[in-house]
Design a protein around this ligand. Sequence first.
Ligand SMILES: C[S@@+](CC[C@H](N)C(=O)[O-])C[C@H]1O[C@@H](n2cnc3c(N)ncnc32)[C@H](O)[C@@H]1O
Length: 388
Amino acid sequence: MNPLDKYIQLIQDSLISCTLSQISIINPLRKDASIRKVQIKPIELKEKLHLSFIFKHQTKDITKNYLVEEAIEHIKTDLTDNFSQSIISTTSGEYHLNIFPNGKIKLKHKPNSKSAKPNLKHDHEKKSLLASKDPIWNLLGFTNDRGLIYKDKQKKFRQINRYIEIIKNNFEALESFDIVDMGCGKAYLSFALYSHLTKNFNKPIRFQGIELRKELVELNNRISKEAKFKDLSFICESIENYQPKNLNVLIALHACDMATDDSILKGIKGNAQLIVCSPCCHKQVRKSLKPEHAKNNINKYGILQERQCEIITDVIRAGVLEAYGYKTKVMEFIATTHTPKNLLIVASKKSMEPSSPDSHKISELYQSLEDHGIENHYLLDKLKIHGG
Ligand SMILES: C[S@@+](CC[C@H](N)C(=O)[O-])C[C@H]1O[C@@H](n2cnc3c(N)ncnc32)[C@H](O)[C@@H]1O
């Protein structure tokens, strides 16, 4: 890799590991160039990582913010056409790039000249992501020994961080944490959340991951032991059959189709104070479209029918949680470029006492199904069986 490509790679790595403090681009090639210097910093805008450029002219500064991909293209152009020197300042040191008139390029690593900490503050927004240097990421195979995240793990890393970022304030009010992660798979979310909670709160914690696949359960338990996460364990069980003893937080990230409904049901029946689900595929409702409705105008086009059914599925899930006394929010937790399954249902209630459902709200949900020509919704059916 030539030094310029390596330099760009270092910028990308430092962005992913949240260690980038600043990039300076200096020494314009043309003596009469209007822009004398460019200073670049990472910022979060509307929940997306951007790079903020200050173009320093003789008499004025102009600020522009770019999404990362576009920003990288600007930096490449500046370094090939307009400037001959650049410095990346990270929390672990500086990288100096020098481009000589004969085309030779030198890249040097130097210790920090001053303590540099990344600061993503902008417009009073503050985001603190779980550090990629946390040893758990290395044990999970996300990072190399320098704490840099492998390319193929970057999306999942941001996804998990955003999930935790959004729900972390909900843990303040809880006296203890009795958490279940339903359909935990490789349990990246369980490990990251456990690590976050034990580092930031001094409260009793018991954390269990529920997963059907035995080999994943064994792997997760091995990693938990290695990480010395003594209160995090994994159980090979179906969500449906799992009987939680005490439960105040239920989380699920992309539990397949009706597994999300089973998770919500367990949360409601276990009187969880916090239920957070990011739904996965939505097949059940689509299959139960009445034939006459499946052919009407709204359902005429396959992809639109699919989206329509997805929306109804989640509207009913959120509505059920509301009917059971949960304050419920539905939001996108990450850009669709990270995952198209980016919806998050966050439901919380103050008391751990069982609440009986608001029958008026439940009948409204049945009416919604009727209006959309849907035979049945798995979660509503299950609640009926369980006397809800
Ligand atoms: C799409 S993966 C998501 C894994 C993990 N939560 C994540 O986001 O990385 C869904 C996981 O749920 C598990 N699963 C699906 N249905 C389940 C059920 N009824 N009971 C327990 N686990 C289930 C699958 O085996 C799979 O590992």
